[in-house]
Design a protein around this ligand. Structure first.
Ligand code: NAD
Length: 492
């Protein structure tokens, strides 16, 4: 039964009918029942949304509103998100299947991301450059212009804040294309955006499928920058489309993070964190510690303890406070996880826990937390992103060996290690090919900390002040101060 219907697109500050006339049905992942519908935009709607964003860039948003006022609007948005957090979290849980206790934190943290970037809005400075004594040279950091933001389904509301926060703080206008699977909370954000008092056209929402609506946005000649969170193959397809106008692109893509346990680690702490970082959000996180490298003297002990811990994880309905992990978001993702479990078995890895649907849940996209031991780092299970609750445990002997295995993968997003040897900790951190390294903790993702990938895990950085760079162009201005006549090379 359709419980929530969003009949119109959000373009130019108005709710407008989609030209396609089609709707996309959203499925509740815990029941497999349709529960919401959103309009599907067409290419002509994309054109309307980009025109509205462009008009905002040529109007009051860039001409009248000061940087401090932009910050003020972002603060109002953050307050409205906090006031509506419980409703937003409930809707997100229905749409995406993530536990309510997780979506509530994600929504509250989104408000914190907007607050952080609100504070940054009037501190986006250029530089004065001592180019010559008789010249004034300075740089301006200007907004890039119209930004197309293509979103994934795994943390829809929170990941919008990672893009909209810095983009709006820097004075850009944005067209958001939410994931075709989870568009609901983008519409809820649009309502709050209007209530906060942003000028028309600064935010526009056009749901639809990637190859149609997403590609139309990327190709549009008046989109100046594309930012996408999703798979690296999608990023590659987008780069090809963006090449025609040499559009600025930034991407947050997948990961296959090495999580390294040395024999001198504080195991009681490390195993709590390793369990959480392998299975949280049903494994649907790019920063998962999905390859657990364990030094040989503690290997058997860690395999036994991780197997026992995984067996105690409660899989269940996402609104139930006792549940530890909920369903996958989509039927396709559940199928993908199953296929990787099959690949793991075929590769000769030892299945220690999980691997099947929980017996008491016969509907919904559920799967048990799964542990494989003795995994070959060269196998597909260890090399490719599963995006499900599947942990690969891999033994190692020496520092050199584990660095070689940790880096021998196409991804480079997140990584971490546990040791009580401070010299070793920094030696390893320097050598890991990843945008984030944690020592004696894992995945400290925060609005203050730049986050992004090496290799196919991404391009550019989100979060921290670093994120502002991806949403600004640098313009250099030089003013001649000397009154002397310029040397005329054509005089004689
Ligand atoms: P996806 O790549 O399928 O889609 C991402 C977005 O791009 C969607 O909105 C989709 O409609 C759109 N899209 C798809 N094809 C397109 C095309 N040809 N042109 C334009 N747009 C197109 O990703 P997903 O399945 O929604 O999300 C899961 C992936 O996201 C995982 O690989 C995960 O690791 C990654 N992810 C990364 C981070 C990070 O911060 N690094 C965070 C969350 C998710």
């Amino acid at each position: 039964m359709i419980e929530e219907s969003y009949p119109a697109l959000f373009i130019g500050g108005e709710w407008v009918k989609s030209n396609s006339g089609r709707m996309i049905t959203s499925i509740d992942p815990s029941t497999e029942e349709p529960w919401a519908e959103v309009p599907e935009a067409s290419e002509s709607d994309v054109d309307r949304a980009v025109s509205a964003a462009r008009a905002a860039m040529r109007g009051p948003w860039s001409k009248k509103i000061t940087a401090s006022q932009r910050g003020g609007l972002l603060l109002k948005l953050a307050d409205l998100i906090r006031k509506n957090a419980e409703r937003l979290a409930r809707l997100e849980t229905r749409d995406n299947g993530k536990l309510y206790k997780e979506t509530l934190v994600e929504v509250q943290r989104s408000a914190d991301y907007y607050t952080f970037f609100a504070g940054a809005a009037d501190k986006i400075y250029g530089e004065q450059i001592p180019y010559r004594p008789d010249a004034l040279a300075y740089t301006r950091r200007e907004p890039v212009g119209v930004v197309a933001a293509l979103m994934p389904w795994n943390a829809p509301f929170q990941l919008m804040s990672w893009k909209l926060g810095p983009a709006l703080a820097a004075g850009n206008a944005v067209v958001v294309k939410p994931s075709e699977f989870t568009s609901v909370t983008a519409f809820e954000l649009a309502k709050l955006f209007k209530e906060a008092g942003f000028p028309d056209g600064v935010l526009n929402i056009v749901p639809g499928y990637g190859k149609e609506v997403g590609a139309a946005l990327v190709r549009h000649p008046h989109v100046n920058k594309v930012t996408m969170t999703g798979e690296h193959r999608t990023a590659q397809a987008i780069m090809k489309l963006a090449a025609e106008h040499l559009k600025r692109c930034s991407f947050e893509c997948g990961g296959k993070a090495p999580h390294i346990l040395f024999s001198d680690a504080d195991l009681d702490k490390a195993l709590i964190v390793a369990t959480q970082s392998a299975f949280r959000s049903t494994g649907q996180s790019c920063s998962l510690g999905s390859r657990l490298f364990v030094q040989r003297p503690i290997y058997r002990n860690v395999v036994d303890r991780m197997t026992e811990r995984a067996g105690k994880i409660r899989v269940g309905m996402p609104m139930d406070a006792r549940t530890h992990i909920g369903p996958h978001t989509t039927a396709q993702q559940l199928e993908k996880t199953r296929q990787y479990i099959e690949l793991g078995l075929e590769s000769g890895a030892r299945l220690m826990a999980g691997g099947k649907r929980p017996p008491d849940l016969n509907r919904g996209y559920f799967i048990e937390p799964t542990v494989f031991a003795d995994v070959d780092n060269q196998s597909r299970l260890a090399q490719e992103e599963v995006f499900g609750p599947v942990l690969s445990i891999i033994p190692f002997d020496t520092e050199e060996e584990v660095i070689e295995m940790a880096n021998n993968v196409q991804y480079g997003l997140n990584s971490g290690l546990w040791t009580s040897d401070i010299g070793r900790a920094h030696r390893i951190a320097n050598q890991l090919e990843a945008g984030l390294v944690s020592i004696n903790t894992f995945r400290p993702i925060h609005w203050m900390l730049p986050y992004g990938g090496y290799k196919v895990s991404g391009l550019g950085r989100e979060n921290g002040l670093e994120a502002i760079h991806d949403y600004t162009e640098v313009k250099t201005v030089v003013v001649e101060l000397s009154e002397a006549m310029p040397v005329d090379p054509f005089a004689n």
